[in-house]
Design a protein around this ligand. Structure first.
Ligand SMILES: *[C@@H]1O[C@H](CO)[C@@H](O)[C@H](O)[C@H]1NC(C)=O
Ligand SMILES: *[C@@H]1O[C@H](CO)[C@@H](O)[C@H](O)[C@H]1NC(C)=O
Ligand SMILES: *[C@@H]1O[C@H](CO)[C@@H](O)[C@H](O)[C@H]1NC(C)=O
Ligand SMILES: *[C@@H]1O[C@H](CO)[C@@H](O)[C@H](O)[C@H]1NC(C)=O
Ligand SMILES: *[C@@H]1O[C@H](CO)[C@@H](O)[C@H](O)[C@H]1NC(C)=O
Ligand SMILES: *[C@@H]1O[C@H](CO)[C@@H](O)[C@H](O)[C@H]1NC(C)=O
Ligand SMILES: *[C@@H]1O[C@H](CO)[C@@H](O)[C@H](O)[C@H]1NC(C)=O
Ligand SMILES: *[C@@H]1O[C@H](CO)[C@@H](O)[C@H](O)[C@H]1NC(C)=O
Ligand SMILES: *[C@@H]1O[C@H](CO)[C@@H](O)[C@H](O)[C@H]1NC(C)=O
Ligand SMILES: *[C@@H]1O[C@H](CO)[C@@H](O)[C@H](O)[C@H]1NC(C)=O
Ligand SMILES: *[C@@H]1O[C@H](CO)[C@@H](O)[C@H](O)[C@H]1NC(C)=O
Ligand SMILES: *[C@@H]1O[C@H](CO)[C@@H](O)[C@H](O)[C@H]1NC(C)=O
Length: 591
């Protein structure tokens, strides 16, 4: 299209759409093709899951209230679902991409997700939720920018950089799955990747030659927003950049009180934004390090991720030892104190949780209390399983939300206990009965020997307390009732508890799980079902037209449902996309 006609169309659209600012939020579309590619991040060729041929996948970059459309084409040889961790899916658990709400997308099929990122800002990531696939990749960053009229509590950064860190095995997800199915432990990972790449060769003994490493290019004097996500299997990582302070600014959708850290522990599934100023003299490049936490360093030294921060005026390569990790290998108190130091900036504007119309969560009365306690893996019916409160979750063949929609009986039990069951652990599809508009207190008690992080879909929760030992009623006296951070994934230290508060204002069926992939795969999850007792179509969006059917509803599935769903969104002309982009530009200018 010639540029002058673009300009004239542009003005037509200004007049057409400037009146629609409040009514229609713009659409932003993505096309995702998931397939295997061969990559050798640690020098060993293996099959990884790529999106559009790339590992990691593209960063989704949208603005508060945008409607996000992602057409996912499954070119793997197994079922697929993508979950958008931390995206709240207001009124639409249909789009959450976990087995309790969605039927899987079979191989060779397309499915189009469509959801609005309502009232959210922040740093998140997406990943494939089934079959241990995240251990082979398929993940990417997800940014929600503030609307222009909403100020951010810091100067606009000079750049925006996404860094995905995670432990990594040279065995692929099918091999890892087979080991778990066989009752084995996965053992030590083979390395830590930074943006899908292996370590820089900082030590010729530890790191083999020929490994491709990540380089982040920066300019001196500039300040960058660096969004760091732990997308790994199960290892807590310490993140640091040599000679640079990390000014913490945001975590999973909440602006934090801004504080400098020389390093921060990032647990599996967690996301943080740091503002990093390039204030060094560039006498050399600088190391970016992600190293395993709470492990025997002499055994784990090859399990370290190392990338390079390269100033445009750098005078040489990074060399010498890596910056030191926290000097407390087996003492988790430092890490817990660091976690407690992360506070919500209660005066920052912008989209943020507002339970029951009050920003003061500390004064709301709790209506439901659940103590969820994990245990080290156990054998149930001859299988290695993990449990939460003595129950190892079994995914039903028919998703819970779909079963409700079609009134299918007997799919699940609404009987998840308020306190851990005593007696033998069992395998059940046991779900938490959430009270719509209730205020739920959940105490996560970690009886395992490893840090676990817990995530809840559909909500940001307030992290109000954590401490060692068993939680008791008296522990409430230590809660932070004022500026506890609202986030979507919290760590629970071994032999310790973490308390969270959740305002149950989002109708749907919401996954509550550990993000540690092996524990999750073996059953450490449940769902919270939140139903509005009042008959109304206002508190939940209708089932999407392209919903897939499976289990006892598979007779409803028509093959053509898929192609029609695709033709609506996948085969629109380029012109359509140009128009969408223009509408988007116009709306962002005028609204
Ligand atoms: C995973 O690894 C196994 C054994 O190493 C191999 O047989 C299999 O083809 C691989 N699977 C995929 C999907 O790459
Ligand atoms: C909190 O946000 C306010 C408002 O944007 C900002 O002025 C202030 O600097 C922030 N405070 C801290 C400690 O980060
Ligand atoms: C995201 O998109 C905005 C425009 O909407 C752009 O200014 C920004 O640089 C993009 N961020 C990234 C990380 O691509
Ligand atoms: C590299 O690592 C090995 C094994 O830990 C260590 O003995 C050696 O001192 C390291 N080399 C350098 C140059 O740091
Ligand atoms: C953080 O550290 C930088 C130097 O790296 C300093 O300029 C800044 O004032 C510090 N900010 C806070 C809030 O401590
Ligand atoms: C640059 O900084 C390093 C480390 O802080 C210091 O050793 C070096 O002397 C400095 N070089 C210059 C040219 O200022
Ligand atoms: C760490 O591992 C090394 C090598 O196996 C062993 O000698 C050492 O005792 C271990 N350290 C601790 C504190 O367990
Ligand atoms: C909370 O409960 C207390 C005691 O039952 C009651 O006095 C108070 O009004 C309640 N607060 C709110 C906000 O409902
Ligand atoms: C679930 O909770 C609601 C109140 O929120 C209650 O009316 C209902 O009976 C409960 N259902 C079950 C099966 O316990
Ligand atoms: C696990 O629970 C048992 C029984 O309550 C307790 O004795 C033990 O100390 C706990 N271990 C951890 C690591 O929390
Ligand atoms: C909700 O929507 C469905 C389908 O559009 C309709 O059949 C039903 O009557 C509506 N219910 C209410 C309470 O409005
Ligand atoms: C999936 O989408 C692609 C591109 O949008 C299209 O070419 C293809 O026919 C679709 N496949 C199916 C099975 O609908």
């Amino acid at each position: 299209m010639a540029s002058h006609s673009v300009v004239s169309l542009f003005f037509i659209y200004i007049s057409l759409f400037s009146s629609l600012c409040l009514a229609d939020d713009p659409f932003v579309s993505y096309e995702f093709v998931l397939s295997y590619i061969t990559a050798s991040p640690l020098g060993v060729p293996q099959q990884v899951i790529a999106i559009n041929g790339h590992f990691p996948g593209p960063v989704i970059n949208v603005t508060t209230n945008n409607n996000v459309v992602v057409n996912v084409r499954n070119k793997l040889d197994e079922d697929l679902l993508i979950t958008w961790a931390g995206i709240q899916q207001r009124r639409s658990s249909w789009q959450d991409g976990v087995l309790g709400t969605n039927c899987p997308i079979p191989p060779k099929w397309n499915w189009t997700y469509q959801f609005q990122v309502k009232d959210q800002i922040g740093s998140f990531f997406y990943f494939p939720s089934l079959n241990f696939q995240r251990a082979s990749g398929g993940y990417g960053g997800f940014i929600i920018n503030n609307r222009d009229i909403i100020p951010i509590p810091f100067a606009t950064p000079d750049g925006d950089i996404t860094i995905l860190i995670g432990d990594w095995y040279t065995r692929n997800h099918t091999a890892l799955r087979r080991e778990l199915n066989g009752g084995k432990n996965l053992g030590m990972p083979d390395g830590v990747l930074i943006n899908g790449k292996g370590p820089y060769r900082y030590n010729t003994t530890l790191v083999p030659d020929g490994i491709d490493y990540e380089t982040i290019d920066v300019h001196p004097g500039k300040t960058y927003r660096i969004r760091v996500h732990n997308v790994g299997v199960s290892t807590s990582l310490n993140f640091r950049i040599q000679n640079h302070n990390l000014l913490l600014a945001e975590t999973e959708g909440s602006y934090t009180v801004q504080q400098n850290y020389t390093s921060l522990d990032i647990h599996v599934g967690q996301s943080y934004s740091f503002l990093v100023t390039m204030d060094q003299n560039a006498s050399s490049d600088y190391y970016i390090v992600a190293s395993a936490r709470f492990v025997n360093e002499s055994l784990w030294q090859r399990v370290t991720g190392v990338g390079i921060l390269h100033y445009s005026n750098s005078k040489g390569k990074a060399s010498g030892p890596l910056p030191d990790p926290p000097n407390d290998q087996f003492d988790k108190t430092f890490s817990m104190n660091q976690a407690r130091s992360i506070r919500w900036n209660v005066s920052a504007s912008g989209a943020r949780p507002n339970p029951q119309g009050s920003f003061r969560y500390g004064s709301i009365n709790v209506t439901d209390i659940y103590v969820l306690k994990n245990k080290p893996p156990v054998t149930i019916n001859g299988k290695l399983r993990t449990t939460l409160s003595g129950i190892s979750f079994v995914n039903p063949a028919t998703p819970i939300r779909l079963a409700d929609q079609f009134k299918v009986k007997g799919v699940y039990k609404l009987d998840f206990p308020n306190r851990p069951i005593t007696g033998l652990p069992k395998m059940e599809t046991s779900v938490i009965n959430g009270t719509y508009r209730g205020f739920m207190e959940i105490i996560l008690q970690n009886n395992e020997t490893k840090v676990q992080s817990y995530h809840m879909s559909g909500y940001a929760f307030f992290v109000v307390g954590m401490d060692y030992g068993e939680w008791t009623e008296n522990s409430r006296g230590t809660y932070n009732k004022w500026d506890g951070i609202a986030r979507t994934t919290t760590q629970v230290f071994p032999g310790a508890w973490t308390a969270i508060l959740i305002s149950l204002d989002n109708v749907g069926v919401w996954n509550l799980r550990t993000e540690n992939l092996d524990s999750w795969y073996l059953g450490q999850e449940t769902y919270v079902r939140v139903v509005n007792p009042e008959e109304t179509n206002k508190t939940e969006l209708p089932m999407p037209d392209n919903a897939l059917f499976c289990g006892s509803l598979s007779r409803l599935q028509k093959p053509e449902d898929i192609s029609s769903a695709t033709s609506i969104l996948g085969s629109r002309s380029k012109l359509f996309m140009i128009l969408v982009t223009m509408i988007y530009v116009v709306i962002s200018i005028f609204c």
